[in-house]
Design a protein. Structure first.
Length: 486
């Protein structure tokens, strides 16, 4: 592009105001819409990614390979929630390997199970909770912002502690769920185990994320009892080692009284020795030993700057080389429907943006055709005094690209101002869907720099493509005929 062409193009843009205003308004409006749209959706999708990554899914998670997909919470199929999630085969080997990778920031293990929660004395209604069993210290190092206890308390107590969800606490009863009280946990669909746990705190409400609102946290050994993860006498895992189903269920009250009769008194004046013998046997009975390597998930956070795909491929290679029946998922698989919905909305916006760009292209092309027709004599004169076909072509394309670029930058600036103003004020909503999309009640978008780059490239491309057909028409004009029309 020569200086002369650029100078003439700028002059023509200013002289043909009707065309310039028509094209400029269309391009500016599209650029403004694109800037706002990309900024809102990029902020929402990145916010959801950070929310899940920092609180529940990590960047990757390793779990057993199953016919049905597993999220980072449990089964993706809600109808299967009461089915036990299979144990992770070779957990210790995989975790040791993962923790040694240079690109890994942290790795922690956990297990999940759905339980019924009831209060001591039967007060309040029974509630259901998705119970996540973790090693307290190990888990809080990996997810320092994952467990938000009301009042800002930290979960530092030892085994037996329960952090109950706000939803479960509301069902069972606030008084019964206050710290220091005890709640009874009964396994659902995983046997008939019952455990009592001390409440250490109640989680903050999770209005913006319904999945997190279902979660309660407990020490891993309590959940292992509920899942029946015990060792047999020989030190082997209950059931088949590495099995994809929960091991033998926890002992229950039927096992404790599996005798045909109990003598409560001797007709001849005896002391009821059978009862004493039974009680003595129960007292001497050793409790089952927990399988301390029973886990269902390993959740992995990747260091900033490291390749998530690269770390994933490395872990998958290790699993394949060892012949382990495990698989690796990304955060989006773990987040489930909520994140997929946001990304689907983003895809829909991209389709709408493409449609708007097409409409803008057609309108601009039509305006340019009219402009070229009106300038037939001018173009013919340029050709007659020595202007080549390439010169005319370059001039029209330069005019259009210059106009599109200036209008596009103006529209982007207007869109950026809208983003800044929205961020300054904050968009508040009580709508449940918007809370999920925005990650809370107040939405403060960030300007999307990739979105701005795409917008600028789009308006320039629209200008170039829109000028092709009008240029073709202009080059068909015979200089002598064009000059006669003036």
């Amino acid at each position: 592009m020569t200086r002369l062409v650029l100078k003439m193009a700028a002059r023509n843009v200013l002289e043909h105001r009707r065309k310039s205003v028509t094209v400029g308004v269309i391009v500016a409006a599209a650029a403004c819409l694109f800037t706002l749209g990309f900024s809102v959706l990029d902020t929402a999708s990145e916010g959801i990614r950070k929310e899940f990554r920092n609180r529940i899914t990590g960047d990757l998670y390793v779990t057993a390979k199953t016919p049905k997909p597993l999220s980072a919470f449990s089964w993706k199929d809600m109808n299967s929630l009461t089915e036990p999630v299979p144990r992770l085969e070779g957990h210790a080997k995989i975790k040791s390997y993962v923790e040694g990778l240079a690109g890994v920031e942290s790795a922690t293990s956990r297990a999940v199970g759905v339980v019924q929660v009831t209060s001591e004395g039967g007060t309040g209604k029974p509630g259901a909770a998705m119970l996540m069993g973790v090693d307290t210290n190990d888990y809080e190092k990996a997810f320092p912002d994952g467990i938000r206890v009301a009042g800002g308390a930290s979960w530092t107590k030892g085994s037996g502690g329960l952090i109950v969800s706000d939803m479960a606490a509301g069902t069972v009863g606030r008084e019964a769920s206050k710290p220091g009280s005890s709640l009874t946990l009964s396994s659902m669909g995983m046997g008939s185990a019952i455990r009592e746990a001390e409440v250490l705190g109640v989680l903050e409400p999770e209005d913006s994320n319904p999945l997190l609102s279902l979660l309660s946290y407990v020490d891993i050994d309590t959940l292992r009892h509920l899942l029946g993860y015990y060792l047999e006498d020989g030190g082997e895992t209950g059931g088949t080692p590495g099995a994809k189903v929960a091991p033998a269920a926890a002992p229950n009250e039927d096992d404790l009284f599996s005798v045909d009769t109990v003598t409560v008194g001797d007709p001849a004046g005896g002391s009821g020795g059978d009862v004493a013998k039974l009680l003595s046997g129960l007292a001497d009975r050793e409790p089952p030993k927990i399988d301390t390597d029973a886990w269902q998930y390993i959740v992995v956070k990747v260091k900033k700057g490291a390749s998530v795909d690269g770390v994933r491929a490395t872990i998958e290679g290790f699993i394949k080389a060892r012949g382990l029946d495990a698989t690796v998922y990304g955060w989006l698989d773990g987040a489930g429907q909520i994140a997929s919905t946001v990304l689907s909305i983003k895809d829909i916006f991209n389709y709408i943006a493409a449609l708007i760009a097409l409409v803008a292209l057609l309108i601009i092309m039509n305006a340019l055709v009219i402009s070229v027709t009106e300038r037939t004599a001018e173009i013919g004169t340029m050709r007659a005094i020595g202007g080549t076909r390439n010169f005319v072509k370059e001039l029209i394309v330069t005019e259009t690209v210059l106009l599109s670029s200036v209008a596009g930058v103006a529209g982007m600036a207007l869109g950026a101002a809208g983003v800044w103003l929205t961020r300054l004020i904050g968009f508040r909503t009580d709508n449940f869907i918007f809370k999920i999309l925005f990650g809370g009640e107040v939405f403060r978008p960030d300007l999307s720099l990739p979105g701005c780059a795409i917008t600028l490239a789009a308006v320039v491309a629209i200008g170039v493509v829109a000028s092709l057909y009008p240029t073709k028409i202009a080059l068909r004009v015979s200089p002598s005929v064009a000059m006669q029309r003036d």
